[in-house]
Every structure is written in C-alpha cells, then in structure tokens.
Design a protein around this ligand. Structure first.
Ligand code: DGJ
Length: 729
C-alpha cells in the first residue's frame, strides 16, 4: 500500500495491494478531478483520463463557455449552482435561500495511521497497518473548507473515504446536503446491485439496468431500514461470483442514507453516497465542523466474491472493536419464539435446565420482563422488573440460571416509549412529536427523543441499573419502529432539520457509554429483525440479529445478501421450531442447524416442548458448532450456488486462511425427480494440495476440486442439507 503525490503534475495516487485510485489538481483554478479507480496501474500521471482537451471541453477554463467544462469535468467533490448541473456533493445555504458552492484545492497531508471521526463509527488502523491522505478544499467566497479523507489498510483492497466541512466565516451556514463520497467515472456495461427487503425479508439481492438520469436507493426512516440497504454495487456485464469487475460502496452509518448513480449526457456516471438530504438541514455556526460518516469503497476484478472477502476482512480487522470479535460466542437460547410474552421464572428455569443438558451456554430473556408488559401494547420506558412474572426479582433468576451453569442475557428496547407507560404519563413531551399533531403509532409505541440529554441520561441509567443489579453478560438492543413526526423540543426553530442525524449520534453515544462501562458485555443489535444491520452498528456490537424470519429456507436468500457484505461472525442466526412462526414451513432440524451455522448460531424454541428427536439432535449440533466455528468466524467466504438464481439449491463454502480446511454447506431446497447429481466447483483451495473428504474418505487434489468439482447426490425430499468437510492431507 502507498499514497503518493506527484508535485510536478499535481497528481495523487492511492495504491492498495491490487487497486489504484488517482486524482489530479487541474488548471490554474485548482479543480480537483477524479482520474481513475480500478485495477492497479503503474503510471502516476494519467491526467489524460480527465479529457480536458476534448470537445466539449476547452483547453483551459477561459470563461467563454465555462459551463461546458463544469458540467462534464469529473469532480472529486462537485459543487452546486455554479455550472455543474449534476448532483452536488455538498449544498450550503446562507440563511437567505442562496445555495451555491465551488471547492478548489488548498493543501493536503499524507500520514501513517488513521484518525477517528468524532462521535461516529469508523474503521480504525494504526501507523503500521494503515495510511491516510487528507485533502483540504476551499470555497473562498463562502469561507468554508472541506477536508476529504482517504484511508487504506495493509493487505485489504478498500478505501475508507469521508468528508468534513468547516465554517470559517462569521455567520451561520446551513448544510442541506453532504455526500461522504462522490465518484465520477465512465459508465461501462455496469448493472446496479442493491439489497432490497422488508420486515422478515431483509437484504435480498436486486439487479437493475442503469438508465439515463438518476437511480437510487435510500432510507428516510431514521434507521438504515429493512427496505433498502446503505450499499450500492456496480457489476460489470461480464462479472460473476468469482470473475469480472465489481465496485462496491458501503456506508458506515445507521440512519437516513442516499446511495445514487446518475448517468449523464456523456455516459458518465456520478456515484454518490451520504446522509439522505430529505429533512436534513444542519446549522454550521462560525468555527463549527460537520463530520460526515465514512463510505467504504471497494474495487474487485475477482467478481462479487473479491468484494465480499475484502469487506469481511476490513470489518473483522478494522471495524469491530468488541472483545468478542475474535472469540467464539456462547451458544444462546432465546425465549422469544419459545414463549413470546407468556413466561415466568419457573418457565425460564425449565428452559435453562433442559438447555444445559444439551450443551447450550446462555439463556437470553427477551421482551416482556418489565413493567406490565404482557403484550406489545405497553410499558416501554418502565425498565423495572415485573415481579409477578419474575418473583424474587432479576438477581434471583440470574443467579439460578448461573447455578444451572448458563450465562444470562437480557433484551431492551431503550429508544422507545409506550403511550401506556408510567414514563409517558410523567413525560409525554419526551416522545418525538410535532406540536399540534398526534404522532403516528407503530407497534403501539413512540420514539423517545434521545437527542435531549435528560432523556438519554434517563435511558442510559435504566439500562445500566439493570446490568449493575445482576450478572448479565449479554444485551439484545432492539428498535422496533422507524422515526417520523420529526420535531424536537430540544432544538431551536431553525434547527429541526438536525433531528434525524442527531438521533443517530445519540444512539451511538448511548452504546459507546454502555460498552465503556461494561467492556465485557456481548452486545447484539437488533431492529425488528434486521432494520439496523449496517457497518455503523458493528462498531458497537460484534453481531446483529439478521431477521425475524428464522425459517431455514427464507434465511438462505437473507443470509446470502447479508454475507455479501458482512462476515458470518456478525450474522445473528438461530435454530427455531416448526412449523416456522413466520411462514408456516416445516424443514428438517438438521437443515435448520446447517443454515444457522453460517452465523452466530443459537436456538430460539421451547426446548421443553420440541419433538424428542429434535432435542436429541441438539448435542450433535452443539458439537458441530464447536468444531466449525473458528473456521466460520475467521475463514474466507465463497458463494458457490444461489437458490435465488437456480431455484433448486444453495451452497456456500468457507476456507481457512491457511487453506488447510474447508467447510461446504449444501441445501437442496427442492428435490428434482429423475435428475442427475449436482456438481459444485469449489473455490479458494490450494490447487496443489490434496484434501480428504471427511464423509467419504475420498482424497482429491485442490485443482480437481476447484475445476472438476464434486458431485452431491440428490437427497430424498425437499429442504434437506449436507455439510462437507475437507482437510488438507
Ligand atoms: C423484534 C426482534 O427482532 C425479536 O427477536 C424480538 O426481540 C421482538 N422484537 C421482541 O419484541
């Protein structure tokens, strides 16, 4: 990795191991142009790629037809309302409705290491494993600077990019748009790849053609959302799983986002990612800085798989901070699908006793243990134990669970308030709402305005007091509705447009406080399933509940889309009971185990009531988890076949970094009568090594396994699965 500046020609070149990113300072005006991003190149001065001497450009910006330059120049940080009609990276309104900016190069720094971004999650690196380029741009008329930051990491082909805007003038300015990354490039034969979904159907891969004009995904729900994901991929027409060119952009942020491509009259693309401009208006007082969240950019010439493995390595090594990052997580049993709200101490202890016999290591008490919460209509905000359900209190229950030999975990939904709660009766104004309007209820609850200090302090103290009161080693932090009715009594009338972003900052601050006071806590984020599964939350919790849909077959597509970007160690996945509570489907217990193995692995069922054969299978599954979890957590992930594409089977593989071991999970979704065996070609093995198939004893060479592949004979029935383990001889 290296970052260099060619002073004579004004060119910046950022090199990761296999990629290059080039920018140049152009013309006497010092425009910062984007020249190249892609496979590594040797030359530094590639300014010809800016095409400034071609029609309709002029040799220099001479003023006669300045618009033709500005409306087509590949800007690294495009301005607004001065001649470039494409989307701008930043919009700054002066308070009188005038909104124009034009940034040019001022200075730069190159240094070892990477700086944190105040108040925001971000990738981290030290002086020996990362490097950063910071470029200061300025708009002299506004008196504003923008600092663009680019960091790279040893051995990983990504660039972490962000932007910070500083108001050096003597009056307030209002930031109404800030894209953390803007990238101008030629539009080749790319398709747009995004992750689309809904509750219980999160992160399904979706491709579309890129037409003229703008194509975008985004969230304005105050969370990264079930519906769209803060990711955008450009996949070349020739690209596949392991070959061809792919660009990926992933936002390290948990709130409103916009991810957009704009194809213009010259078939150029402008890719942008940042906080969604809708309802966003942030005051920058004199001297203030606005730091925009980070975007991870990745280029792969080894298809989607190359992008995936770079992101997995980045997140495992440079984003997740939890001490659990490198550790096997305790196998938990969660009582949500087992009991919903209908539980008490005895019921939980029965589950714990039976779980212990099977080798399960932690009991998690989900929603319903506090206030008068016997259904989802009340008590959010009243974080005191319901002693009718839990006689003897929480400490008694936790001590008993510990005595049985299990760790104990608990559920919270700290950001919410039920209208039917003591908290709401005492502080109705703490709910986010607009004066004169009845706020919209969702799941019969409102959102607390945690941007107000007294509210976030209350919330924190409630959670911390519970954690201090007993030996609680895990927290599931849930958020079961999006934001709306955006107004805050803590913000002035000119500042209401700051609420959504300040809300996300407040969530981050609360979780930072929590993991600082309880550094050994295993925190799992959750949002009505997976509505806040994003890189931002991974900075605080090493795992996130992936979806409320625990059906093994539904999970194939959900987990395929999730694992496209996230390491398997982060994906909350449980074995649940059948018929499945979301889709009513029956699947073999073995398949449910194999599918949950591609995640954190746990159980979410009433172990005292499931069929005896299933209960007897649990110790075997527990042993399977212990045998493979190191590989699953640390290995390289390969997507071998997608049920989404072939409609019959699904297959993924994990290969250890030293290529000595591989695990393949094959799920036959639908059996096919009178058909041949499935042939799957493996990936990532050492072509010269021999591997033994633990099941069959067969020994085959890595190159045979990868080129000729193996055959998986059809199994009897639908929804069956097979795990294949290969070890190098
Ligand atoms: C949504 C979560 O995703 C579920 O797992 C469960 O915790 C419920 N909320 C509880 O209300």
């Amino acid at each position: 990795m290296d970052i260099l500046f060619d002073e004579k020609n004004g060119v910046f070149k950022i090199d990761t191991e296999k990629t290059s990113y080039v920018m140049a300072i152009m013309d006497t005006e010092k425009l910062l142009g984007h020249a190249y991003y892609g496979k590594k190149i040797s030359d530094v001065d590639v300014r010809y790629l800016l095409r400034t001497s071609e029609n309709p450009f002029l040799p220099s910006v001479n003023g006669r037809d300045r618009g033709s330059v500005l409306d087509s120049f590949p800007f690294e940080f495009p301005g607004c309302n001065v001649g470039d009609y494409r989307e701008s990276a930043v919009e700054l309104e002066d308070g009188n409705g005038c909104n124009a900016n034009f940034f040019t190069y001022r200075s730069h720094r190159i240094f070892a290491g990477k700086k944190p971004i105040k108040g925001l999650p971000a990738t981290f690196g030290n002086e020996s494993d990362s490097m950063t380029l910071e470029i200061d741009l300025e708009d002299k008329v506004l008196g504003v600077t923008a600092t663009l930051s680019y960091s790279i990491f040893q051995g990983i082909d990504v660039i972490a990019r962000s932007a910070a805007v500083t108001n050096h003038s003597k009056r307030s300015l209002f930031l109404t748009r800030i894209m953390s990354a803007s990238l101008d490039m030629d539009c080749e034969d790319y398709r747009l790849l995004t992750l689309h979904g809904s509750w219980a159907r999160e992160r399904h891969m979706d491709y579309r053609e890129i037409g003229y004009g703008k194509s975008s995904v985004g969230s304005v729900r105050g969370e990264s959302s079930h519906q769209e994901h803060p990711f955008l991929g450009l996949v070349s027409g020739r690209a596949g799983q392991e070959q061809g060119e792919v660009y990926g952009f992933h936002f390290v942020y948990s709130g409103n986002f916009l991810a957009q491509v704009e194809k213009n009259q010259f078939d150029s693309l402008r890719v942008q990612m940042g906080i969604h401009p809708k309802n966003f208006r942030f005051e920058l007082k004199p001297g203030e800085v606005f730091a925009a969240p980070e975007v991870i950019m990745v280029y792969s010439d080894r298809g989607l798989g190359g992008m995936t493995r770079n992101l997995h390595d980045l997140y495992r090594e440079h984003l997740i901070r939890s001490p659990y990052r490198d550790r096997k997580r305790p196998i938990l049993i969660n009582n949500w699908e087992a009991t919903y709200f209908d539980f008490n101490t005895e019921k939980l202890l029965d589950i714990a006793r039976e779980a212990k016999k099977c080798g399960i290591e932690m009991l998690v008490m989900d929603d319903g243990w506090f206030g008068r919460r016997n259904d989802d209509n009340s008590s959010l905000g009243d974080w005191t134990v319901n002693v009718e359900k839990l006689p003897g209190g929480l400490k008694y229950l936790v001590d008993e669970v510990n005595r049985i030999g299990l760790k104990f975990g608990i559920w919270f939904e700290p950001e919410m308030i039920s209208p039917e709660s003591d908290l709401y009766r005492a502080h109705p104004d703490w709910a986010i709402s607009i004066d004169g309007r009845t706020p919209c209820r969702m799941r019969n609850q409102y959102v607390l305005d945690i941007t107000r200090k007294e509210v976030s302090d209350y919330v924190y103290e409630c959670v911390a007091a519970v954690l201090r009161s007993a030996n609680i080693e895990y927290v599931k932090w849930d958020m079961n509705r999006p934001l709306c009715d955006l107004a805050s009594k803590g913000l002035g009338s000119a500042n209401q447009g700051e609420l959504s972003h300040r809300y996300v900052l407040a969530v981050y601050a609360l979780q930072e406080r929590l993991i600082s006071e309880f550094p050994n806590l295993l925190l799992e984020n959750c949002s009505g399933g997976g509505a806040r599964f994003d890189p931002g939350m991974l900075y605080y919790s090493p795992q996130i509940w992936c979806s409320d849909d625990t059906d093994a077959i539904e999970r194939l597509s959900i987990q395929e889309g999730t694992a496209l970007l996230y390491p398997l160690s982060t994906i909350g996945a449980h074995v649940s009971d059948c018929p499945n509570h979301t889709v009513g489907r029956n699947t073999p217990f073995e398949t449910r185990g194999h599918v949950a193995l591609a995640g954190t692995f746990g159980y979410e069922l009433d172990i005292t009531k499931i069929p005896e054969a299933d209960r007897q299978a649990i110790p075997g599954q527990v042993a399977m988890y212990h045998k493979y979890n190191d590989l699953v957590r640390r290995g390289d992930y390969y997507r071998i076949a997608s049920y989404r594409e072939n409609h019959f089977f699904d297959c993924y593989e994990v290969v250890s970094k030293d290529q000595k071991e591989a695990m393949i999970v094959f799920v036959q979704v639908l059996n096919r009568p009178n058909f041949r065996s499935r042939r799957i070609r493996l990936c990532g093995l050492d072509p010269k090594r021999n591997y033994r198939n633990e099941d069959t004893g067969e020994i085959l060479c890595g190159d045979t396994l990868m080129n000729a592949g193996i055959t998986v004979p059809a199994m009897w029935g639908d929804f069956c699965s097979k795990l294949i383990h290969l070890s190098a001889e």
